[in-house]
Design a protein around this ligand. Structure first.
Ligand SMILES: [Zn+2]
Length: 180
């Protein structure tokens, strides 16, 4: 059984990006997609998925994740931009982590296939970059997904309608990397 940590980005107290026209907080979309992914992965007999919430603050998050002893880690986020016409899919990984890069490549490919938004590609990050702290200081292969921008109203509606397909796409990527 491979332990898959599904890390819900942000928290009830600090909800991340916000679309005020639609009154949608990023945190709830992160949690919804993580839960869909949990359910899809539970069906796979060789996967042991579980949710990780940010309970002790961001600075303790890498340690909290490492304590769960995962084999792979997915951090769930959604993107936002002041320019509300920007839309697309991107996946972040720590720039020196080759296994994480392989994992990021598979997830990115599958999410782009499902969502059909612009492929913004893989984003190699360093520890001081957005998401980089968790990506660097976790022990198992780790990616941070940004399936789509919630600042674009039309894209938000389309993306949120595809949560189940995105969850299946993420699970398929995990299986492919584990089998390789
Ligand atoms: Zn976020």
């Amino acid at each position: 059984m491979k332990r898959i940590a599904l890390v819900v980005g942000h928290s009830e107290k600090s909800k991340g990006a916000y679309n005020d026209e639609m009154n949608v907080h990023e945190y709830y979309l992160n949690e919804a997609l993580a839960k869909h992914t949990l359910n899809v992965m539970k069906i796979e007999k060789d996967l042991d998925p579980f949710l990780v919430y940010r309970k002790n603050g961001y600075s303790k998050l890498p340690g909290d994740i490492n304590e769960t002893n995962p084999d792979m880690i997915i951090c769930f986020h959604h993107n936002a931009s002041a320019n509300k016409t920007v839309q697309g899919t991107e996946t972040l990984y720590y720039h020196k982590a080759e296994r994480s890069k392989e994992f990021a490549k598979e997830i990115q490919k599958n999410l782009v296939d499902v969502l059909d938004f612009r492929d913004r590609g893989l984003k190699p990050v360093d520890s001081e970059d957005r998401g980089g702290y968790v990506l660097k200081y976790t022990n198992a292969p780790c990616v941070l997904i940004e399936p789509y921008f919630i600042s674009d109203n039309d894209g938000l509606i389309m993306g949120a309608a595809k949560q189940f397909e995105c969850a299946s796409a993420i699970a398929a990527a995990v299986k492919k990397v584990l089998d390789s």
